[in-house]
Ligand binder design. Structure first.
Ligand SMILES: Cc1cc2nc3c(=O)[nH]c(=O)nc-3n(C[C@H](O)[C@H](O)[C@H](O)COP(=O)(O)OP(=O)(O)OC[C@H]3O[C@@H](n4cnc5c(N)ncnc54)[C@H](O)[C@@H]3O)c2cc1C
Length: 430
């Protein structure tokens, strides 16, 4: 256990005192009995949020014998959630980071097992091409790790790349890499499949907005639902995506920032299948901006997204109309990379939001002020693929007290949030 793991932050009554650090042994004494192995299941757990993080967490907890109620304000994978678009990329190239690379491998097994249980296909193996107009360290640094883990990532000469994908114009591309086992996942569709399985195995599903209850003697007793019900439980998990800061203004606040992200689906010419998944891969273009896309799937069109963080938004009230600037940027990459799509009409648009943590890493840890409440969020634009692994990690954290990776700890999140606020000249706690 590293130093940061051995510390647990608790909230004091005084707002000025804010967060205090107590020793690991004191924290043990504060733990609910079930965390010390003194009670037996079924443990009653409420999970708030049925996106990728909360849905998979509820399912994992229920599969492990807990008695779980999953609550969402609008439903699983709804249009305003970060998980609510049609598709999300799954790839193993992760800037050489072993924690995320190993997590993708676990998640990929989880998706496969779930597909078998559901009898439905949600993973589409198209392969992914990474194109670099400048420094390619993101892929290059991943090669030794990929080799060690048995993941295929091939550097492509530009000649090979042109030969494989004549639909792509490689002007300005200096290097390219190919990951044949990457692809995309059905996003909102799989959130609903997770929810359905959760209900099938005995979980309780509620559509309502939930408000965290008061914390007494270091424990949360209940959450208050918008329909008037109050749900009592032994443990609570809040997986509220871009809403997490609103629910916990002190513990999270501006630590998780919802930013606007526009997505455009372009329609191909009648009968033109060159950009469909049968002939075209997931692509990521590292240039002045990081742009990415997913080939035509389920007749929705050729998807183009921009990874640059947009303006800060309120995920409840955001008007989800794509901006002229986003359309201009998407058309510019079509013109530079995909000449067969120049002039393609917009078939559909989506406006989603990232939920950025200060480090870009997930937050998967205990709430600093309640020993029986946990937080799962900070997907930061790359969390969807990890759903099954996040669910398993959260279930082990809640049921067994097994810590997640240090980089997902609240201590690290809070330190980075404080540093960011200091750098921008703001007070850490109000
Ligand atoms: C444009 C875009 C592209 C992305 N691309 C990728 C990609 O290619 N690959 C990848 O892996 N990831 C990608 N991501 C990131 C990924 O989609 C997110 O990290 C992930 O979906 C976050 O899931 P979540 O469960 O944390 O949040 P959400 O999906 O937002 O779920 C949170 C849920 O909590 C509910 N909720 C909130 N507050 C309350 C409350 N008080 N009461 C009840 N319910 C509440 C909400 O209704 C919502 O359903 C992308 C994200 C965006 C926006």
């Amino acid at each position: 256990m590293s130093a940061s793991r051995s510390e647990v932050h608790i909230r004091t009554k005084s707002r000025r005192q804010a967060l205090q650090v107590v020793s690991a042994s004191a924290a043990m004494a504060l733990m609910p009995k079930f965390l010390r192995g003194e009670t037996v299941a079924p443990l009653r757990v409420v999970v708030v949020g049925a996106g990728a993080f909360g849905g998979w967490t509820a399912l994992a907890l229920q599969r492990r014998g807990a008695q779980v109620t999953l609550v969402d304000a609008w439903g699983a994978g709804h249009s305003r959630s970060s998980s609510g678009d049609e598709t999300r990329i799954i790839r193993s190239v992760y800037n050489g980071d072993p924690v995320y690379t190993d997590m993708v491998l676990r998640a990929a097994s989880g998706w496969k097992e779930a597909e078998e249980r559901w009898g439905r296909r949600v993973f589409h193996k198209t392969g992914a091409i990474y194109m670099f107009e400048g420094d390619d360290a993101f892929a290059r640094s991943s090669l030794p790790l990929a080799r060690a883990r048995g993941i295929t990532v091939e550097p492509l000469t530009l000649e090979e790349a042109r030969h494989r994908f004549p639909q792509i114009r490689f002007a300005e591309v200096r290097t390219a890499y190919w990951e044949p086992d990457a692809g995309y996942l059905l996003a909102r569709g799989s959130c609903e499949l997770v929810r359905e399985e959760f209900v099938r195995i005995g979980g309780t599903w509620r559509v309502a907005s939930a408000k965290p209850g008061a914390v007494e003697a270091d424990r949360m007793r209940s959450v208050q639902l918008s329909d008037g019900d109050r749900l009592e439980a032994d443990a609570f998990v809040f997986a509220c995506g871009p809403w997490l800061g609103k629910l916990f203004p002190d513990a999270i606040g501006d630590g998780i920032v919802p930013t606007r992200q526009d997505i455009i689906y372009f329609g191909t010419a009648p009968g033109d299948q060159r950009y469909d998944e049968s002939r075209f891969p997931v692509w990521i273009n590292f240039g002045a901006r990081l742009l990415y896309g997913i080939p035509g799937n389920e007749r929705r069109g050729f998807k183009v997204g921009d990874d640059s963080a947009g303006e800060v938004v309120d995920p409840t009230t955001l008007e989800r109309v794509v901006s002229p600037n986003a359309l201009r940027i998407a058309r510019a990459i079509l013109a530079r990379r995909f000449p067969g799509l120049v002039g393609a009409a917009v078939a559909e648009t989506r406006v989603c939001q990232y939920e950025f943590s200060p480090t870009g890493d997930f937050l998967l840890d205990r709430h600093p002020g309640a020993s029986n409440a946990w937080l799962a969020g900070g997907g930061s634009g790359h969390g969807f693929k990890m759903g099954p692994a996040v669910g398993d990690d959260m279930a082990r954290l809640v049921l067994d007290g097994t810590p997640t990776a240090t980089k997902f700890s609240y201590g690290r999140f809070e330190a980075a949030r404080a540093a960011r606020r200091k750098a921008s000249g703001k007070r850490t706690h109000s």
